[in-house]
Design a protein. Structure first.
Length: 146
């Protein structure tokens, strides 16, 4: 259950098979390099082929519905066409106070924390989640059948 005044933050990273401007990115015309779309890891990872996606959601269920049940899920299933594997985990989740928007540096720090120490209320995975009060949450509880 989501606590009052809490929202779920997430970060995920991926490495492109080819630069965004390369012909391998079918249909690519132009990308704004700051402020819109995915951030690149040029400053944080010294690697412009790394994409950083940061978002904040009202609940895990909202994030899950967008990721897997919307049109986005179609692209997620095809990610191997555009992305190369990175060491796991590539996604970290954590709770923030309502209205807080994590910086790229903070988001990547959460992912690095998760990689180093494993799932905890500080940073957790889709399969090993915590509620906004820091209690372990069963993964199946947030994904209704049907």
């Amino acid at each position: 259950m989501v606590g009052t005044g809490s929202e779920l933050a997430q970060v995920n990273i991926a490495r492109l098979r080819a630069p965004l401007s390369a012909p391998q990115q079918h249909g690519f015309v132009w990308r704004h390099h700051a402020g819109f779309g995915h951030l690149t890891g040029e400053d944080i990872f010294d690697d412009e082929s790394i994409l950083i996606n940061i978002s904040v959601w009202q609940s895990y269920q909202d994030l899950h519905n967008f990721t897997y049940r919307s049109r986005h899920g179609h692209y997620l299933r095809r990610r191997g066409e555009w992305l190369t594997p990175l060491p796991s985990p590539t996604t970290a989740l954590w709770w923030v106070k309502s209205g807080v928007r994590p910086s790229p540096a903070e988001a990547v720090a959460r992912l690095q924390y998760l990689r180093r120490y494993g799932p905890s209320p500080q940073a957790f995975t889709v399969r090993h989640r915590y509620d906004s009060a820091g209690r372990p949450e069963r993964a199946a509880a947030a994904t209704p059948a049907g």
